[in-house]
Design a protein around this ligand. Structure first.
Ligand code: SF4
Length: 914
């Protein structure tokens, strides 16, 4: 066995390629092993570059676990299991163990039995545990001995028992666990004898199985191992452990010369940003500078401690300029999105129909929108206009869109999981056959995503062939949920771009890589180093006693990866998010700060420099402010005037104009409907409407003043309850009922107030209860139509009172005076109509009253001037009305925007660049 080592500054893959090419003319009988798949591709590139040959017989390249699988044989014949199949058998084994397994798994056993998916998360962790102790060659006996008299004693007994059943079950059914095969270490001599030499490039850590294996294969073909470390400090402890297990000493390691000619000390730029996204400023600035200085794109490496950052990178850099090794998430493809929304729709089905959210959700999916454009529009309108919280099934079947969805549902309602997967494959393939969907689904990302989905479904479709069930009951929802959960975790690869592309990867993929420019965002503790997943089955003390790696070892490795990567770079850019919620900055930044202080730099100055991030912001923000005109006024033309003459002006229209002419223009001239939204809960408007219709019905049908107070209350409650049954929010949201119960109780105040008023002689006039009154108003040479619907007009002898019910906002005394702040338009407007249409004298109106149906249940009279002198008030109102209508028809006045704090509640704010 030959042991070689390279300093961090060297390009390890390049150096290894040089040595191998020098030592062998024919590479076809050479095996080269790497810790990552990515190293293989780069290694090939170096071989081609160094040899200068266009075509050559390549050595056989393996990632380490691939080589182990190839070079070992199973102790008995059978089929090799994949990860899902291992999980299924493990679940079977757990249920075979008669020992008290609930001590370990508690009440999780029930759901596991029902549904395989419920088991998978624990199953994966359990398998990881078994794999680790098998690979570290720790026997269950040793494990039991160490766990004796600890909290883990019973657990270990159970775990050993489960594993015994698992291994037996596989053997009986002639299946092979790949890790059991690998750790049995029965070498495939025929395979190994085909090699003249074997090279392992970039050894950092190894399990006991691997060290034993590599020591063993050295007898078939000479093995050369390449380490990489800081030459001054020597090999790291993990590498020394490997040497120790091979019976070698560090003295036997031969250090090679650094193969990079120019190694000036690297420049470090470290910055703190207040937000994650702002880190893009530093990244873009670093890339721009490097490219301007002639550095090739592939010599720039971006390490992403948090994979989600890749989407931020993609929003600034084209994917053609990026080699993203972690791939993209399946869950962002259109095919997955459709499946997810389809599942949500059918899972929301109740006796009332489909819940509106998933219903609108599937309607807005691009596949459905493209295939059923017209139907989608119709259905969206139906649901929104009628505030349908549930869409009843009876109205759906004749619809083309729902026949389509039902057809898919029928196709997927299968008795076996295999048939479900096969049919799902068909459904997805059919989508890609629709010519209308070509533009959507023919993008290579969609095709790659679909291929990965189909591959996963194909693999899962064979699961039940093992003779075990996915779920106790064959349910559409179990099968579907299982598939979605699995697909959600998958990624699909993007085309590998090794040259002319910036390289982006996770920290583990940086093994054997070297870049001139290294950029690492998210340098916060918890991400760099990543926080370790808690070990479910053994604690740290027990792991130490068994010689298993602990979280400290895992974190220590980060130090190695970081030093190796930065040791070979010329420019290093690190950034972190300076927000306590993101965790403190990484220990590696702290270490760098400490080193700088040791060199004599001032701490204050270092920190000041780190916090100076503004220089980078222009890279992610527009350079110049785009001027958005604040007032874009629209002029009135002849057509507008002609149209205005046909309008009937209501108090709401006049209020809208009074508050903002532009809002009036959008609403009443362009007639843009306010965007519809589903109301899940009873809003104050709903309550207002409910009270309006209830009171109208009570006062037009009955004469409550002839009843007792109690009878009146019960009548009111009966009608209110009937009306409530017609409101979807009330039917489907049981929590709304509490609010209504409170309202009913408060209505006792209303009944008392009303009853007192009846006794003093006031009577609601049914002919004007919520009845539209219309009149013509002379405005110069024009006749303008006015209309209004008073909530209620009461009469007592020759006196009247005009009443408006309010369950929300009500104008105060200032806003009830005609003038620039006038908002209480409604009541004087109704009185004006009543006076002109029915001759009710202003003086005969005793009250312009706002009935507070929200808190106090009292009639309020904020019209102070009116109370003092109705005639003076109404003449002021007339002037205001004339002036407002005159401005409305004046062509020299534009539809100007009047921004105010009320813009926040304006339904047109999204289309008004105020
Ligand atoms: S957002 Fe403000 S300025 Fe714009 S239309 Fe509405 S009220 Fe007028």
């Amino acid at each position: 066995m030959r042991l070689l080592a390279l300093p961090f500054e060297s390009a390890i893959l390049k150096k290894a390629a040089e040595i191998i090419l020098k030592e062998h003319k024919d590479l076809s009988h050479i095996a080269v092993i790497f810790p990552t798949q990515r190293s293989k591709v780069y290694f090939q590139q170096f071989l081609a570059e160094i040899s200068g040959r266009e075509a050559m017989l390549l050595p056989r390249l393996y990632e380490v676990s691939e080589f182990l699988q190839e070079a070992t044989i199973s102790p008995y014949p059978g089929f090799l299991l994949n990860q899902w199949q291992r999980n299924l058998f493990l679940k079977e084994a757990i249920f075979q163990v008669r020992q008290d397994i609930s001590k370990l798994f508690g009440n999780q056993l029930g759901p596991w039995e029902e549904d395989f998916l419920e088991f998978v998360t624990t199953g994966q962790r359990l398998l990881r545990f078994y794999d680790e102790i098998l690979r570290e060659r720790i026997s269950f006996e040793a494990l039991k001995k160490e766990a004796l008299y600890t909290d883990y004693e019973t657990h270990v007994e159970i775990l050993a028992n489960i594993f015994e059943h698992y291994a037996k079950l596989l053997k009986e059914n002639r299946f092979i666990d790949p890790v059991l095969k690998e750790t049995a270490l029965l070498l495939d001599e025929d395979f190994l004898q085909t090699f003249k030499a074997i090279y392992f490039i970039g050894v950092i850590t190894m399990t006991r199985t691997e060290t034993t294996f590599f020591k063993g294969i050295n007898t078939y073909a000479p093995l050369t191992v390449f380490f990489q470390a800081n030459k001054k400090e020597g090999l790291i402890s993990h590498q020394k452990v490997i040497l120790n297990r091979w019976g070698k000493s560090e003295k036997e390691v031969h250090w090679l010369e650094n193969n990079t000619t120019f190694n000036p000390p690297p420049s470090w730029t470290i910055r703190a940003f207040p937000q994650v996204t702002m880190q893009m400023g530093l990244i873009l600035s670093a890339i721009t500078q490097a490219l301007n200085d002639g550095i090739k794109p592939h010599q720039i490496g971006i390490v992403l401690p948090d994979e989600e950052f890749k989407y931020l990178l993609l929003s600034y850099l084209s994917e053609h300029n990026l080699n993203l090794t972690m791939g993209l998430d399946i869950k962002h493809t259109l095919s997955y999105g459709f499946l997810e929304r389809f599942f949500e729709l059918f899972s929301s089905e109740t006796e009332y129909g489909f819940y509106y959210q998933p219903f609108l959700g599937i309607l807005s999916h691009p596949i459905i929108k493209t295939l059923f454009r017209e139907e989608v529009k119709q259905w969206q309108e139906i649901v929104l206009k009628n505030n349908l919280l549930y869409v009843k099934k009876e109205i759906l079947p004749k619809n083309r869109l729902f026949s389509f969805l039902n057809k898919i549902k029928r196709k997927l309602t299968q008795k076996t999981f295999g048939a479900f997967c096969k049919n799902l494959i068909q459904v997805l393939e059919e989508f890609h056959g629709y010519p209308e969907l070509n533009a959507l689904l023919e993008h290579y990302r969609e095709i790659r995503g679909l291929n990965k989905i189909l591959e996963a479904l194909q693999e899962l479709s064979t699961l039940e062939k093992l003779g075990v069930k996915i779920a106790k009951q064959p349910k559409f929802s179990h099968f579907f949920r299982f598939i979605l959960k699995h697909l959600e975790t998958l990624t699909y690869p993007l085309p590998a771009r090794l040259t002319q592309a910036i390289q982006a990867m996770g920290i583990l993929e940086t093994r054997n890589m070297q870049f001139d420019v290294v950029i690492i965002p998210d340098m916060n503790e918890g991400l760099f180093p990543a926080s370790s997943e808690k070990d479910l089955f053994l604690n740290t003390a027990l792991r130490k006693r068994l010689g298993l790696p602990t979280y400290k070892d895992r974190e220590g490795l980060y130090g190695y990866y970081f030093s190796r990567l930065t040791g070979g770079a010329n420019r290093i850019y690190l950034s972190y998010v300076n927000d306590p919620k993101q965790g403190v900055r990484s220990r590696f930044i702290e270490k760098w700060v400490f080193e700088e202080i040791k060199k004599g730099r001032d701490l204050g100055k270092i920190e000041e420099e780190i916090k100076a991030y503004h220089h980078y912001l222009p890279f992610i923000m527009p350079q110049k402010d785009i001027q958005i005109p604040i007032k874009v006024s629209v002029r009135k033309d002849k057509n507008t005037l002609a149209y205005l003459e046909t309008l009937k002006f209501s108090p709401s229209a006049l209020l809208s104009y009074q508050c903002c002419p532009y809002q009036f223009y959008l609403k009443y001239v362009l007639q843009i409907p306010t965007p519809l939204e589903i109301k899940e809960w009873l809003t104050p408007q709903d309550i207002g409407q409910l009270l309006h219709i209830t009171l109208k019905e009570v006062y037009t049908t009955w004469q409550p003043w002839e009843m007792s107070e109690e009878e009146f209350y019960h009548l009111l409650m009966r009608v209110l309850t009937e009306k409530l049954q017609q409101i979807p929010q009330f039917i489907h949201q049981p929590a709304s009922r509490l609010g209504i119960e409170i309202l009913k109780e408060r209505f006792r105040f209303f009944v008392r107030q009303e009853y007192q008023d009846f006794q003093s002689g006031w009577r609601p006039q049914p002919q004007w209860l919520e009845t539209e009154i219309e009149m013509k108003f002379k405005l110069g040479k024009r006749m303008v139509s006015l209309k209004g619907i008073p909530d209620r007009v009461d009469k007592k002898e020759r006196f009247f009172r005009v009443i408006d019910y309010k369950t929300g906002y009500a104008p105060g005394p200032k806003q009830c005076e005609p003038g620039p702040e006038f908002k209480g338009i409604q009541l004087p407007f109704y009185l004006w109509l009543l006076n002109h249409k029915y001759g009710i004298p202003f003086q005969a109106c005793e009250v312009l009253g706002i009935y507070d149906l929200k808190t106090e249940f009292k009639i309020k009279e904020p019209y102070k001037t009116f109370k003092h002198n109705p005639s003076i008030y109404m003449s002021e109102f007339k002037l205001w009305l004339e002036d407002t209508l005159a401005r409305l028809f004046d062509t020299s006045k534009t539809w100007e925007k009047k921004p105010s704090p009320e813009c926040d509640y304006c339904p047109y704010k999204s289309m008004c660049e105020r």
